[in-house]
Structure formats: structure tokens, C-alpha cells
Design a protein around this ligand. Structure first.
Ligand code: NDP
Length: 335
């Protein structure tokens, strides 16, 4: 099987030099294992953090070993009573064409569903659960409030915006470029969407003030950077920030403004800021599915995919994700 290894720790944007395509013979699966052909890889911003040799809430990627993450795979050979050949599974797996996985860590996808299997990596998967958690459990969003969602055309942001609209909030998106902004309004539930590309915080902040004449009650934070600096002065007193991600700083943490620029407005406006990691909220997956699955099946929630083809396309797709080249969920299809 071919597999993609991380061979160096990047500084800045990870380029092709940090990867190596390797070949290896697979071990024979034993009892409790399944041999799978990997069909889809999920590319996620948090993987940039795992490329650094720094301890975080997930272990760093090992050097000279395959990268890994969420995958959709087809069972070729099962040594576990819970699975048979032909089953599609959601699992944690390597960036590889084939793999031997522990059956206990794989979740069988329903057969004959109208929802395509790769949706379990996006709207019904980790990004979807992240949007739902941030909105409901962290921000405690309520009808009539105004929410600002950054990366509003992304995997998490596009669902956060739609769920907020379903709940009766006024939704202001922020996204990179006119096309993404148009899509955020036409498809992803935003009442309006502001383009952050090439703008200073002051200019974006002025646009937020015009878009939200009564101020912003909730900021769904995906990016940090200019957008965070622009929204802080527009937050209402006792507003909430669901701190989900800060992708603007993943490649270059030193580019962040001084802490005083962030802390001072938080104090002055008595904001409640709560960072969260979706995996801590796994006990609430049932409530997430009860709410989101019927909306997805009924076509009331839309989601978008950006698909790169073949394992060899993963490095460029990952760099693209960190630069905003994707709309919606960034996937790699392995045929
Ligand atoms: P997205 O699909 O939103 O893709 C990333 C997007 O980030 C890009 O398309 C781009 O959109 C935007 N972006 C990149 N650089 C910048 C920048 N400098 N300034 C502003 N925006 C930028 O990814 P996900 O939906 O998967 O993830 C969104 C965020 O949520 C990330 O920060 C991620 O780390 C976080 N996350 C957190 C989880 C948790 O448990 N806390 C779980 C999952 C994700 P644009 O072109 O619009 O700028």
C-alpha cells in the first residue's frame, strides 16, 4: 500500500518537502481487525498543530510515519463479527491507500442512506459536531441574538451559520473573497457576509458596525487574526465568544497582536470567552444527530466539499486549506 509520511517539521506553510510517499506491505489482519481500502481522507486545520513537535490535546504526528486522521474506508476483509466485506466505515486511519484497523475504533455507516458517505467527515462528522457544540453548548445561542461567524464558508462555519439561522438568530458571516461571501448568503444561512481579504482590522470593524447596528452578542471564532481584532470592539456587553479555532495564527503564531489588544476589550465588555475541543463533548453526539440528521436528510442544511483526487494531492490540498483555497470541507478522494 502507498502511504504518505511526514518526514520533516515545517516552519510556516507546510510545503511538499515535509512529505514522502512510501510503499509498504500490510500486516495480516488478526482477530478484532479489519483490512480496509481507504476512500476518503479528512483534511483538518488542527493537523497543522500536529506537525509541530509540541504537546497539545492531540499527540504530534511521528516523523517517518504516515499522517493520520478521519477516514471513510471500505472493508475488504473482516476478522470481527461486527463487520463484513463491503461495509463502509468511519474511522481514524492513516493517509494511505489500504490499512489494517482495529474494528473497535470503526463505526459502520448506514447502508442505502441518501447522504453520501463522505458527509460523515463533514456535516455529520467532526466539523458538524463542532459547529453544533460551539453554538449550543458553548455560546448558548438564543433566538433574536446577533451572531458573527468567521470562516463562514468553511466546514464548521457553514454549519454554525445555518444552525444559527434555524434557531432564529441574525447571522453575519466573515469569509475570504466575494464568491465565498455570496455562497455564505445564498446557501449557508448568513443574512450578510463580509469579505476579510486584504482588509485592516479597522476597516472590517467599521463594516461589522454597519452590519450589526445593535452590536454582536456571539462571536463564533474560527480564525483569530484581523477578524478577531475587528469584532472585539463590536461585541455587546456580556457577549459570548465560542473559541473554536485561530487558523490565522497556525502557521505563524508570532504574527498575533499583543495580548493587551485582546484582553482589554474582553474586560471592558465583560465577555465570556470559552475555548472548547469537540471530543470533550462526545456524550452529546446523540443530541447533535437528533437535530442535524433530519435537517440534512430533508435538504434543509447544505454543505459543500472541496475534493482533491489521489493521495499524492493531499499535501497541496492541505496547504490550500491553510490559505483559504477550500470552500466547505476539504477532502481527499482515494479511488
Ligand atoms: P475551514 O473549512 O473553515 O477551512 C479553513 C478556512 O480558514 C479557510 O478556507 C479560510 O477561509 C480560513 N482562513 C485561513 N487563513 C485565514 C486567515 N489568515 N484569516 C482568516 N481566515 C483564514 O476549516 P474547518 O471548518 O475544518 O475549521 C475551522 C476552524 O475550526 C479552524 O480554526 C479549526 O482549527 C477549528 N476547529 C476546531 C475544533 C475544536 O474542537 N475546537 C474542531 C474542528 C475545527 P476564508 O477564505 O474564508 O478566509
Amino acid at each position: 500500500s502507498r502511504e504518505l509520511h511526514l518526514v520533516a517539521r515545517p516552519t510556516g506553510l507546510p510545503g511538499p518537502e515535509v512529505y514522502h510517499m512510501a510503499e509498504r506491505d500490510l500486516p495480516r489482519p488478526v482477530q478484532g481487525e479489519i483490512l480496509v481500502q481507504i476512500r476518503w481522507l479528512s483534511l483538518d486545520p488542527y493537523m497543522r498543530g500536529r506537525m509541530n513537535d509540541a504537546k497539545s490535546y492531540v499527540e504530534p504526528f511521528r516523523l517517518n510515519a504516515p499522517l493520520d486522521g478521519g477516514v471513510i474506508a471500505e472493508v475488504m476483509e473482516s476478522h470481527d463479527p461486527g463487520f463484513e466485506a463491503g461495509d463502509l466505515v468511519l474511522a481514524h486511519g492513516p493517509w494511505a491507500e489500504y490499512a489494517v484497523l482495529k474494528a473497535a475504533g470503526a463505526q459502520k455507516l448506514p447502508r442505502g442512506s441518501r447522504v453520501p458517505p463522505q458527509a460523515w467527515l463533514s456535516v455529520l462528522g467532526m466539523p458538524g459536531m463542532t459547529a453544533w457544540t460551539g453554538l449550543n453548548r458553548i455560546a448558548e445561542a438564543k433566538a433574536g441574538e446577533t451572531i458573527l461567524v468567521s470562516s463562514a464558508a468553511g466546514a464548521v462555519g457553514s454549519l454554525a451559520a445555518q444552525l444559527a439561522r434555524e434557531k432564529g438568530l441574525r447571522v453575519i458571516g466573515v469569509a475570504g473573497g466575494a464568491d465565498k461571501c455570496a455562497q455564505a448568503v445564498a446557501e449557508f444561512g448568513c443574512d450578510l457576509c463580509l469579505d476579510h481579504r486584504g482588509k485592516e482590522a479597522r476597516e472590517l470593524s467599521k463594516e461589522i458596525a454597519e452590519a450589526a447596528p445593535h452590536g454582536v452578542d456571539i462571536y463564533f471564532e474560527n480564525v483569530g487574526g484581523t477578524t478577531l481584532q475587528a469584532v472585539l470592539p463590536r461585541m455587546n456587553t456580556f457577549g459570548r465568544i465560542a473559541l473554536c479555532g485561530a487558523i490565522a495564527w497556525y502557521n505563524d503564531p508570532a504574527s498575533a497582536p499583543p495580548a493587551s489588544h485582546i484582553w482589554m476589550p474582553i474586560i471592558q465588555k465583560r465577555l465570556r470567552v470559552e475555548g472548547f475541543i469537540v471530543s470533550d463533548h462526545a456524550a452529546h453526539r446523540g443530541a447533535f444527530f437528533d437535530e442535524v440528521l433530519p435537517l440534512v436528510e430533508a435538504g434543509k442544511i447544505l454543505w459543500h466539499e472541496t475534493v482533491a483526487n489521489g493521495l499524492e494531492a493531499a499535501p497541496e490540498a492541505f496547504a490550500g486549506l491553510l490559505q483559504g483555497k477550500n470552500t466547505g470541507k476539504q477532502l481527499v478522494r482515494i479511488s
